[in-house]
Design a protein around this ligand. Sequence first.
Ligand code: IMP
Ligand code: MG
Length: 174
Amino acid sequence: MPELQVTTLIPAAEIASKIRELGARIAADHPGKPIHLLGVLKGSFIFMADLARAIPAEVSCDFMRVTSYKGTHSTGDVRFEMDLTETIAGRIAVLVEDIIDTGATMDSLLRVLRARNPEKLLVCALLQKPSRTKVTVPIDYLGFTIPDRFVVGYGLDYDGRFRNLPYVGVVEGM
Ligand code: IMP
Ligand code: MG
């Protein structure tokens, strides 16, 4: 099997400076309020680790793992393989996602989590592929928009590989 080549799309330094900006904005938008980060595993774990450290405020973290069934209808069901461990009721909750592709996963996730009565439910995504949007979801904090290419690195995987790359890249030959 030939080795897969990954070409850099977003260098590590660009990701780092964008995350500093996002972290500062999240804190500035909620002065004096604790921020509760909700990570969608596995893809968001590296982004969330850096984002948490970029928010100059009181920060707490929780995680969930979901699988979504994408049908032709936008309101795909989301199934929790692992749910959050804490309540989000009355809190400023920020959903942290690696990438928003069609938007189906985020759309279903928002429905489920809104029903748990957070004071605020915000979305922070590192990447979005606008040309692939099927369901429009509110993205309060966005890192980068990217073309319709399959990307890996910085938490994103191809068949479990490449999550540890410090940059976002495109897998060649796919
Ligand atoms: P959506 O429901 O179509 O928005 O899909 C979002 C999920 O698909 C993300 O959380 C990723 O797990 C996965 N995904 C979409 N595009 C890519 C990609 O380019 N690389 C790696 N994973 C991707
Ligand atoms: Mg994901």
